[in-house]
Design a protein around this ligand. Structure first.
Ligand SMILES: CC(C)(COP(=O)(O)OP(=O)(O)OC[C@H]1O[C@@H](n2cnc3c(N)ncnc32)[C@H](O)[C@@H]1OP(=O)(O)O)[C@@H](O)C(=O)NCCC(=O)NCCS
Length: 281
């Protein structure tokens, strides 16, 4: 690894370590740190400790899993393979299934404008607009329906399934979305059509000058029209315009990585997600 690559991987490692800390406390087990969310919301995972001098051991993994079970948390581990190459074998020998997701970084000179990728406009959500709560609910409902149909194929689930998945956000979750958006730590995007409403969505998490794009989803009925690529491109453009220097994402599979490649992302490594049962992708 060159020193430039090392610096890039170090920045990603610091980002992953920083993201949950605003809303979670930590428990350390040898070379691993478990993030435990304070309050309601999507549970976090365990990762290698930022300041660990040795790679996490099988015993560390076993200790974390026991604690995750005690706390009722999913037994999920995440790490960047290039930063912790030994952990793959350790996780597998513990019986965990590991998703090896292409880890991709934006080549800003290669970023295509969203309107070159799809004919529909992408809307970046405004946290001060009166419709923000409804927009966030739509973003989440599109993601719920999109991720329930993994892969990139067109399918039957469309606006009706999205409307069934719509839930009113609890006030604290909405406040978190609004405050994080106002402070520049989160960016959300939606694509809507007059006839169908919201059909594609995505978001980005930002810490200082590094941001991860995540949760890109298109309703199965609206796939293969360039919308997933356009949402990704619009988020990346917004992040760059806001002063973000490093924009990255991990793709759920090689076929999904092709979508991001078209936008202007380039593969630099592998993000690993380990769980007891076969993982999403
Ligand atoms: C991955 C996902 C977001 C892609 O959304 P999408 O809107 O279909 O994405 P795009 O239309 O930009 O690209 C998909 C394919 O359609 C093709 N396409 C784009 N515009 C097209 C058009 N006008 N006509 C025909 N095909 C088109 C693309 O070339 C791409 O083809 P490929 O699979 O051969 O590379 C969507 O499939 C999804 O929600 N999957 C489940 C959730 C998920 O895994 N999200 C990603 C997590 S990393």
């Amino acid at each position: 690894m060159t020193s430039t690559q090392k610096e890039l991987f170090d920045r990603l490692e610091r980002f992953y370590d920083a993201v949950p800390r605003d809303v979670a406390h930590t428990e350390e087990f040898g070379g691993l740190v478990l993030f435990v969310r304070d309050g309601a919301g999507w549970p976090f995972y365990a990762r290698p400790r930022l300041d660990a001098t040795e790679s996490p051991s099988a015993a560390d993994v076993a200790d974390v899993r026991q604690r995750q079970r005690e706390l009722g948390l999913p037994e999920v581990f995440e790490w960047v393979h290039e930063n912790h190459p030994d952990l793959l074998a350790v996780a597998r020998s513990a019986g965990l299934a590991v998703l090896e997701a292409p880890l991709m970084v934006l080549d800003r000179d290669a970023l295509l404008p969203a309107d070159r990728l799809a004919s529909l406009p992408v809307r970046i959500l405004d946290p001060t607009a009166p419709g923000f709560a409804a927009d966030i609910a739509a973003r989440r409902a599109v993601a719920a329906v999109g991720f329930a149909a993994p892969g990139t194929a067109v399918g039957g689930a469309g606006p009706a399934a999205r409307d069934t998945a719509l839930i009113e956000l609890p006030l604290d979750a909405l406040d978190e979305e609004r405050n994080r958006t106002i402070s520049g730590h989160r960016v959300s995007a939606l694509v809507e059509t007059p006839a169908e409403g919201a059909v594609a969505s995505g978001m980005a998490l930002r810490v200082d000058d590094v941001a991860e794009i995540a949760g890109i989803a298109t309703l199965p009925s609206a796939r293969r029209r360039g919308l997933g690529a356009a949402v990704t491109a619009a988020l990346a453009r917004q992040l760059l315009d806001d002063g973000t220097d490093l924009v990255f994402l991990s793709a759920g599979s090689e076929e999904i990585a092709r979508v991001y490649l078209r936008v202007g992302f380039r593969r630099i490594g592998t993000a690993c997600i380990a769980e007891p049962t076969p993982v999403r992708g």
